[in-house]
Design a protein around this ligand. Structure first.
Ligand SMILES: [Zn+2]
Length: 133
């Protein structure tokens, strides 16, 4: 995996963020096991509850294109279009990832200076699961 390429893709995706209410932009780049990268940004709405996170935007874009196997995701975020914070995924995004990704799935958080590397298993040790029929 080329971590720099994945982070650069997340930074580029952050520029498309639609976040007029919070002023907090997020970009994500999801790497499939076949080497493709799908990006996403956060998309807010005046009806706040339907706002979508960057991570799920990227995941759902990939899933809708038939992808099912994922290796890693890079996430960046911050105020006023600048990377000002480490930006770990919210619980809903971790749960969404857990449907398709194992505990060793890599989550890269770039805070503008450093890359902090996590796994899905470390950030979400237990997830909600229903047995598939
Ligand atoms: Zn989220």
């Amino acid at each position: 995996m080329n971590e720099k390429e994945l982070i650069d893709s997340a930074v580029a995706a952050m520029k498309s963020s639609y976040s007029p209410y919070s002023g907090f932009s997020v970009g994500a780049a999801l790497l499939t096991c076949s080497g493709r990268i799908y990006t996403g940004c956060n998309i807010e709405n005046s009806s706040y509850s339907i706002t979508m996170c960057a991570e799920r935007t990227a995941l759902f874009k990939a899933l809708s294109e038939g992808e099912r196997d994922f290796e890693a995701i890079a996430i960046v975020g911050g105020r006023d279009g600048r990377i000002t914070d480490g930006c770990p995924p919210c619980g809903a995004c971790l749960q969404a990832m857990s449907e398709f990704c194992g505990g060793d799935f890599t989550i890269l958080l770039f805070d503008g200076d450093n890359v902090n590397k996590h796994t899905l298993g470390s950030l979400l040790p237990e997830s909600f699961k229903i047995k598939k029929q």
